[in-house]
Every structure is written in C-alpha cells, then in structure tokens.
Design a protein around this ligand. Sequence first.
Ligand code: COA
Length: 424
Amino acid sequence: MKALDGVRILDFTHVQSGPTCTQLLAWLGADCIKVERPGTGDITRGQLQDIPKVDSLYFTMLNHNKRSITIDARNPQGKAVLEALVKTCDVMVENFAPGALDRMGFTWEHIQELNPRMILASVKGFGPGPYEDCKVYENVAQCAGGSASTTGFDDGPPMVTGAQIGDTGTGLHLALGIVSALYQRVTTGRGQKVLCAMQDGVLNLCRVKLRDQQRLAHGPLTEYPQYPDGEFGDAVPRAGNSSGGGQPGWILKCKGWETDPNAYIYFIAQAPVWEAICDVIGKPEWKTDPGYAKPPARLPKLKQIFDTIEQWTMTKTKFEAMDILNKYDIPCGPILSMKEIAEEQSLRDTGTVVEVDHPTRGKYLTVGNPIKMSDSISEVKRSPLLGEHTDEILRDVLRFDDGRIAEIKASGALGGAPTRAAAE
Ligand code: COA
C-alpha cells in the first residue's frame, strides 16, 4: 500500500514549482493526472534539451509517476473535459501566472460548484500585496525572499544558491498544505484553497537570517566573519561560509584543492569536542590556553583558528579528514560534487538516487523520494510522454464512451485541428 492511495490529483502545473509538489504526492501514491497543452505540453519538455526531440531531463526529473492528458482549455469541449476531471479529482494543483486560471473559467466559485470537496492548491510568486500580479521564477523568489542578500561573501554581490529553494522549496510547502487540507476534509467534508507564495517559502527557509536581523539591534553577530574587525550595517550581511547556528564553521581546503574544485570540507568547531579538535590538529596547548579554551574567547579569533585547522585539513583528502574527525565526533562534511553524488552507492541503495528507463531517452539518473516511510511503498516510475494517457483517462477515469471520445477528439480539444464534422 502507498500512503496516498485513493487520492486523485488534477495536475495543472508547469515548469518546476508545481510539478515538484505533484511529483512528491505521486511518489506517495496519489494518482496524478497532468493536464498539458496539446502540441507543446509543459514548456520544460523542450527546455535544456540534451537529446534532440526527446523530453528534457528538466521535464523527466520533475514529472515521475504521473499520467499525461492533453487538453486545450480554451476549446469548449476541452473545458468540458476539465470540468469532468474537477468533479472526479480530490485536489487541483496549479502554478499559472496570477489570474490565468480565472481567465480559463476556473474561478474558485466555479470549482466549488462543480465539486465542493475540491482542494485548490496554487503556487504564486508573491502573496497579496504590491507584487501579487508579478510572474516569478526561482531566482526572483530567492532575491525577494531574503536568500540572495544573505548569501555570498561580504565583499561580493548578492548570490543565488544552486538549491532550488524558490521552486522545489515552495512545492514542498504546498504538498504539506495539500495533505493537511485532505486531512481536514475528513472532518469538514469541504475542500479549501491552499496558497503558497514563493517569497514566503524562501523566507521560511531563511528564517535564521530574520533572527539575525533582530539580533543586530543588540550588538554585532559574533559568529559572522565580519566580527571583530569588519563593520556591521543596519541589515544582516552576507556571512560567507560561516555556520547559520550557534557553532562556528567554515569551508576548509583539503589535499588536492589546487586542482580539484571540490577538495574541501565543512568543519564545525563544536564546543563540546574542542579538546579533540586541538589534539587532532596538533595544538594541544589550546585546550588550556585561556585565549582559546572557552567559546567566547575563540569568537574574535575564528579566522586564525580556521586557518590553523586548514593547515591540518590540507594534509588529508576530504574523505581521510572525514574518517579521522568522525572518530572524535567532530561534525564535518565533505564537499561532494554532483559526479560523486551520482556515483555514491549508498544513495543508490536507499533509492535516493535512482536509474530510470525512458522509452525515447533510455536510462537516466534521477532523485527518488527523499521521504522514507516504514509502511508505505514508494517507487519511481518514468515521466509520461505528452498525452500518453489521454485515451485511458477519458475511458477509465471519466468513463466516456467511444462516441463521446470521438466527438471530443473531432472538436480539436485534445490536439490536432477540428474535423469538418465537428466544426459544422
Ligand atoms: N490550454 C489552453 N491554454 C493553456 C493551457 C491549456 N492546456 N495551459 C496553459 N494555458 C495558457 C494559460 O491559460 C495562460 O494564458 P493567458 O495568460 O493568456 O490567460 C498561458 O497559457 C500561459 O500561462 P502562464 O502561467 O502565464 O505562463 P508563462 O510561461 O507566461 O509564465 C510563469 C510562467 C512560471 C512565470 C508563471 O506561470 C508564474 O508566474 N507562475 C506562478 C509562479 C511560479 O510557479 N513560478 C515558478 C515556476 S517554476
């Protein structure tokens, strides 16, 4: 059994934020029916294509475990099919630009008339306010949600991060909202709207920086690299690679750093293991020296301390350093390249990295479900081809007979030009 067996999703999402949400629900067992525009489908099918005329990895890696139906929402017959799907599904997920769903005729009022149990889940760039009508992509959300201003080095410009916290992060938030609304519906019998704004999702992931904004009023941020010599302005500065928590940390060079851009380790100088750190790096005198023995004494010297630790890490590969440090419970993490992650056997063993076979692409790697449950099977199935399940959904989900299906097809609602008979 799968956790969300019996839940049917009308997946009207595109690009990344919405698809990551519905992919997660589909991994957990929901029947996810992806509605795509005839001809092109989700725009990502054709974006960043590495193999001509084959669904891109961008698309395939965001749309596993789904079925695809092509529907022209502006065609009256297409709209009728969508309405029938609204009646039979539990959740409708969309991430169109603000107002687009209403313009298609699917206002919240209309959706409720069709199915009062329907949960309408939306991703938008911004919540209500001055920017609510704006279209938003990942990096815009990272900038507007506080991530970019707090990422990077003090002497450099704001930076976006490679983790897709605006898109995938918001998709994750939305999935939790959907599951909660499904749970509430068990009691109320009613659906509801669930909205996740990307700015809000990013800010939620950046909450430690709003914490630091308020700490600034009471003095310098002593774990930041600007302390004690640099200046703090009135907004949280970029903290380089310092830790976001109470334990000082930094990224240090390891053996081979001159040629390998990822020969680095993240090192946390955690207070309870300070004595072990001193022994490992060959500085036993720091254990009793009042200038180093206690955390407050170390804070003004963090740069010098990490420079000294780096003299030791540079004599080891990141994996050797990891092995030695872990013997003493010293928290650290190798900087892993995507190549190393793709080749890591333990991630394959847990299903976090999965090889999938695709009819036109062949084998490719994807990230599987990161949520592991003890009593719910999770499997990763390849993404659908455009419109692959159109007939199956009309027949088996909507229970349309052959005559009705032929009529809808002839109208052009599922793609292709309307036939003369339909036009007359
Ligand atoms: N049949 C007919 N029309 C369809 C259709 C279908 N099956 N599917 C989509 N359309 C139409 C929509 O109705 C809309 O038409 P309209 O604007 O003329 O009313 C149009 O296609 C395009 O939708 P839109 O969402 O505006 O796409 P876009 O490519 O211009 O913008 C985004 C893309 C991502 C910027 C925008 O959708 C957005 O801001 N979404 C919310 C935030 C978000 O999720 N961003 C992250 C994306 S990873």
